[in-house]
Write a protein that binds this ligand. Sequence first.
Ligand SMILES: Cc1ncc(COP(=O)(O)O)c(C=O)c1O
Length: 389
Amino acid sequence: MSIALNPFIAGIPANPLRALFPFAARPGMLNLASGHPSRDAYDHAGLAEALPKAGADFPAWTYGPSAGDPLLLEALQEHLAEVPAGHRLLVTSGAQQGIDLAIRTLAPPGAAVLVPEPVYPAVLSACAAVGVRTVGYRTDAADTAMAGLAAALAATPDVRALYALPTFGNPTGETLTRTQRLAMLALCAQRGIPVIEDDPYRALWFRVPPPPSLLALAPKVPGVAVIHLGSLSKIISPGLRLGWAVAPDAVAGPMQEARQASDLQPNSLAQRVALHYLRLGRLDAHVARVRGLYAARYDALAGRLAAAGFLMPPVDGGMFVFARMPEGTVRDGLFDRAVARGVMYAPGAAFALQPGDAGFADRMRLCFVGLADADVPVAADRLVAAARG
Ligand SMILES: Cc1ncc(COP(=O)(O)O)c(C=O)c1O
């Protein structure tokens, strides 16, 4: 039987990272591909204390407001989320739902959203699902005036929003400077388009905190609107599926309506677990410990790979580095050779805007947080051996 499908849904590009999952299950595999925190990066004791408290609360078991549990909204505002005047806070099912809601709310089918290149592939899925076109913009450290973004804006008359990942990016690990952030906001203000700021990695800095968020800088740039997305996934647990959005009132209301259309409200039990976890007062110490773990793992991985000729861009936080393979690497069959040696990476091509585009073919995204400390040098040595052919 042939069933006609919505062409937008049928046309969602396969997420190239999901295709790697089966390799990760092989015994002994050291996985540098997936963006998953290692087991020792969770506060197991804190979660075990929060869970029964959540279960004992009746609101954990019933329907709740679509904007989120009022007590969790209060706790998020106290611990994590800045909510400027004229803005509202919503609980989301992770930053991913925030991206989806913002895009659906701002861009009609056929219109364009600008996305950084290389791109976090799930943004492409969110746009494709609603028939929104994605147009890439490039940034590099020297591009203080955001010339790459200005050019993309000029070439895209029907752009409705800018998606930005300015802090410890995925896949690049890069962070925009304060100057670049202000330039980005100014360009969007001039063009009259809002910015969707995806910010799930902000808390994971190694040595110094990152520059202020676009949301925090927005008052310096009259006329710009920022929809800011945060997440509990990288600092408490991705399994909770909880994040938040801070959006101007005029956008937050419609985003809430859009979320009601798909799942009515955030998961009540998960919200209570998060609430009781935040009330334990353990988050700051936990995140400080995780920062130390991740910084040490990045240093160990980058040091070993750089010594073998990989180009390791400096990374100041987050979970990823977009490494460049050494000159002379035999790229043909490299992923298979790496898997045969028991190590996985995410191929650079997975982050190109168009499937099949050869851009970034000499890059690999390495997630340095998912392995135990002792496995990091082993994974690096396996990768070096695979790159040598
Ligand atoms: C850039 C970026 N945005 C959003 C997400 C989704 O995070 P969440 O688990 O909060 O939905 C991820 C997850 O890896 C990510 O890397």
